[in-house]
Design a protein around this ligand. Sequence first.
Ligand SMILES: *[C@@H]1O[C@H](CO)[C@@H](O)[C@H](O)[C@H]1NC(C)=O
Ligand SMILES: *[C@@H]1O[C@H](CO)[C@@H](O)[C@H](O)[C@H]1NC(C)=O
Ligand SMILES: CC(=O)N[C@H]1CO[C@H](CO)[C@@H](O)[C@@H]1O
Length: 448
Amino acid sequence: MRSILQALLATTLLFVGTATARYDDTPYMGCTGVPNNSPVLDLPATPLKTVPNGQSWKMEQDTNFVYIAKLSGTPYQMGYAYGQLFGKEIGDNFNNVLNYGYTKLESILSKFGIPEVMIYYIWSQAQPAVLYLLDLNWQIAEPWIPQRFVDELRGIADGSGGAVTEQNIRRANMLPELTQAACSIVGSWGAASQDGKLYHLRALDWEPTAPVNQYPSVVIYEPSEEGSETFANIGYLGLIGSLTAMSKLGISVGEKVFYARAGDYEDPPHITYYGKPWAFHLRDTVQFAKNLADVEQMLFNVNRTMMIHLGYGSLPDKAFRGHDYAANFVIPYDDKNYTHYSQAHPQLDGIFYYDRQVQPSGSPCIGSILNATHGSVNPATMYRDIAGYDETGNAQVIVMDPEAQEIWATWSQYGASVNAYERSPMHIKLADFWGAGMKCGGGGFLSA
Ligand SMILES: *[C@@H]1O[C@H](CO)[C@@H](O)[C@H](O)[C@H]1NC(C)=O
Ligand SMILES: *[C@@H]1O[C@H](CO)[C@@H](O)[C@H](O)[C@H]1NC(C)=O
Ligand SMILES: CC(=O)N[C@H]1CO[C@H](CO)[C@@H](O)[C@@H]1O
């Protein structure tokens, strides 16, 4: 079934571009890009709206912007507040994805000389099929979807006052299940980092011109559910699963698609649709885990679906782990025991990474940057050097500092072909939003 689902999506919604080499003479081996020297932006957060269980802000300068929300309460209450704050934008974002599917199809088919009216006809036939697949995926996975996600999605639809339907918001949230992106994951800690701090880079290589970048977002959840931690879900408005997230306690996550070459794993990895959608599960690890042992326990004890590589940072452990995650196994790795070290991918104390290629990758770029900067890796090494030189993170580049509770975040430019890894990182101090004295309703010092 994967092949049918993915083939259909490939021709409608998806188009994973390949980066082209533009520069040969970088100081690092195998790198094709240039450092991202765009200035870091420290922007004021302008309050947008306050509702009983939530508040929203926007940071903005020229073409750089991010929507921020803080939600608290039960899953339904948080969803309802989310819908009240951003229902219209979430509805727009769903339409953006669908329209994008049409534009993409048109740009592919028009190259074959297929007339516009014919393309429109094909799309009118394909669109219901795509929606059907998203509905089907929800139905198949439903027995494994925790009630809290169902309630939050229903809350969003109810709170949006008709701007987005429950069915469409569910559909949007099945997209990650059907399309895992390329991407890079880098963790640096201990011996590798400046001051021994833990830093986590999550670079998302998907489709930089997909108009979901109209609504880049940081959504802070303060769930009242027992055992929950406050956390920030970093991505796009309306996607309630996690592609990138960090808790106040200091658990951070990022992922990338996992392809395996024949013979790479004794037990070849596989996928299934019968299980808990991975983006929902990643979010739950950040909401509930107190340390790496909890994370791993949660990764092992769940009915997994897709094949992805994961990076987890943990401030309580002051460490980072990579994981190969598939329906049939999970393998954790630290900085000493990755099973695919090579000349291009050296073992380095306090470093774990996967680059944006299929793993194990023959590209020495990230390895040579980390080898050269070993002992002094800091956030700029990640957003400026690794993302820039390796041209990774065309859609999103997020550097997380769990100790300082800060992130540096960029998304591709809305309405233009500018990759996230070329743009100004927005420096966001999460403690300003989830810190003491910032309960919902108080505009406080953020009303700059
Ligand atoms: C690598 O080491 C970690 C502990 O640091 C362990 O949990 C994991 O199972 C090891 N992985 C492999 C592949 O040996
Ligand atoms: C790592 O850096 C050392 C010098 O500090 C150099 O000798 C070595 O060749 C480098 N290795 C890689 C894989 O880049
Ligand atoms: C943790 C979990 O939900 N495990 C279930 C996975 O699915 C099988 C059946 O396919 C169940 O037996 C497990 O309990």
